[in-house]
Design a binder for this molecule. Structure first.
Ligand SMILES: Nc1ncnc2c1ncn2[C@@H]1O[C@H](COP(=O)(O)OP(=O)(O)O)[C@@H](O)[C@H]1O
Ligand SMILES: O=P(O)(O)O[C@H]1O[C@H](CO)[C@@H](O[C@H]2O[C@H](CO)[C@@H](O)[C@H](O)[C@H]2O)[C@H](O)[C@H]1O
Length: 461
């Protein structure tokens, strides 16, 4: 915990431009080492502080734009905006030392240690205090569902899991997700659960409080929701089943039902486009383009590109697309939690690399189904010997559960499934190459399989 704090922003009139010299060198070093940093492998060429607000004396809320050389694997321009909570102090307790970025050598913070304040229990507690009592701090606005009373004094802990964002658990009662990569607009991880809960959908934790910024544009910054105590995620449970030589078909069937329940509620809460999404019918351009971008950043894909493209052209011939609607967008076994023998669906942010307007657009529900089917395949690959038949049985059970609830069976749409599984596997290849290169063989095995014509396709290790 900081012993001596920096002067307050309001007292000293410190703004983004004057703070940059203090933070620039430290952030250039620290940002690329964070799991949630999107510009992996590309040096940070420029940093701009987009907004600075004081959360409390000695704790700054910062939105920073980081420019990297080259294009990202998804083709979007090479910059992103990140949310940081930075603490400053002259001396820090050993507890906070792993969170230290370094000592600022220039500017208004010169001589002070700068640290990631989300790892500091005092700052984490003060953040919850802000959410308990709606109000503002600089450009930040804190809001909550006024029907809910959040208790005081809940002890915070930062989740250690490797994540796209950072999450704080308070007293095992609430979990606050702090979005790391911030984009203009409402984040679907607030928008969607809020709408679903209002549809009576019980398999989604309800947002109870959130915070947002109005500078440099409106954006959601974090969401607080009930913590499902004792819940285990689908990935952990699937691996446990595989390790014990157990089937996972009952769980997969229930998971199919829960997915369909969420899809039905989403179709009721948001507009539906009966013409289908723009990536089916005559326009498979989006998928083809993503494949092309992916082969540029992961050349291992090149030998399979022709075969993979055939999955998309096959889809172009479809004259009866499924209606498009809002979907989860990044559904996999890590996004479902089982508590009290029921599945709960979390993390409606969509694929973090895609632009927000694209993630909020109506899409085919088959995209979600394909995401979960790919996840069974991931789990089956995570252990030796590889067990493709286990994944196939989960696949059948999941689709049967989905059909029982939704009234249509994804297996009746093989061309759609193949195209979306291919698109998902391409996304996974890029994701793994960037974030977890050791995992690359898992989606690559699927790529080799999906690139073959359907009649030649059999599971291969
Ligand atoms: N409501 C919740 N109850 C219990 N655990 C949760 C809850 N929401 C998230 N988690 C835990 O936090 C992890 C990360 O959450 P998630 O929303 O997937 O964040 P990210 O986008 O950073 O991956 C999940 O895998 C899960 O273990
Ligand atoms: O961090 P998020 O949950 O938003 O999702 C990203 O990271 C996931 C890995 O943590 C990644 O999922 C891939 O690996 C999972 C096993 O760890 C597997 O269950 C998924 O099927 C597979 O896609 C996800 O793609 C990425 O968006």
């Amino acid at each position: 915990m900081p012993k001596t704090q920096t002067a307050t922003l309001s007292q000293d009139g410190i703004g983004p431009a004057s703070l940059l010299p203090s933070l620039s060198g430290l952030l250039r070093e620290w940002l690329p080492r964070q799991r949630w940093f999107a510009g992996k492998g590309r040096p940070v060429t420029d940093l701009t502080l987009l907004s600075v607000s004081e959360l409390h004396p000695g704790c700054l809320h910062v939105l920073v734009r980081a420019d990297c050389t080259g294009r990202s694997p998804t083709g979007v321009p090479g910059y992103d905006c990140y949310q940081l909570l930075l603490g400053t102090g002259e001396f820090l307790s050993p507890r906070v030392s792993p969170a230290v970025l370094g000592r600022a050598s220039e500017g208004p913070l010169a001589g002070l240690l700068v640290y990631d304040a989300l790892q500091d229990p005092r700052s984490a507690s003060l953040l919850l205090e802000r959410l308990r009592t709606p109000g503002s701090a600089g450009a930040l606005r804190f809001e909550r569902d006024r029907r809910v009373t959040i208790p005081t004094g809940l002890a915070p802990r930062l989740l250690e899991a490797e994540q796209s964002n950072s999450s704080l658990v308070y007293g095992d009662a609430y979990i606050l997700k702090v979005f790391r990569r911030v984009r203009p607009g409402i984040n679907p991880d607030l928008e969607v659960p809020w709408a679903l809960v209002r549809q009576g959908c019980t398999c989604v934790p309800a947002p109870v409080a959130w915070f947002r910024t109005s500078s440099p544009w409106d954006a959601t910054l974090g969401v607080l929701q009930p913590f499902l105590h004792g819940a285990a995620d689908g990935w952990t449970q699937a691996l446990a089943a595989l390790a014990a030589g157990r089937e996972f078909t009952e769980e997969a069937y229930e998971l199919g039902r829960a997915t369909a329940e969420v899809h039905l509620a989403l179709a009721a809460a948001f507009p539906v486009d009966p013409q289908g999404p723009p990536d089916t019918g005559p326009l498979t351009a989006g998928m083809v383009e993503r494949l092309r971008d992916a082969t540029h950043s992961v050349p291992e894909l090149l030998p399979y590109a022709h075969g993979l493209r055939s999955a998309f052209t096959e889809l172009a011939a479809l004259d009866r697309p499924r209606p498009a609607q809002r979907i989860h967008g990044d559904l996999h076994l890590g996004q479902v939690l089982r508590a009290e023998r029921r599945w709960h669906v979390i993390d409606f942010e969509g694929e973090p690399a895609r632009p927000l307007p694209e993630r909020r657009r109506p899409q085919s529900p088959v995209r979600d189904v394909a995401g979960m089917l790919r996840s069974f395949d991931y789990a089956a690959h995570a252990r030796r010997p590889w067990q493709p038949e286990w994944a196939l049985r989960c696949r059948e059970a999941y689709c049967a559960g989905y059909a029982a609830e939704a009234g249509w069976d994804p297996r009746a749409e093989p061309a759609l499934l193949r195209a979306y599984e291919t698109d998902r596997a391409v996304y996974e290849v890029v994701y793994e190459a960037r974030h977890r290169p050791d995992w690359l063989p898992v989606p690559m095995a699927a790529i080799a399989r999906l690139a073959r014509r359907p009649r030649d396709r059999r599971p291969t290790p």
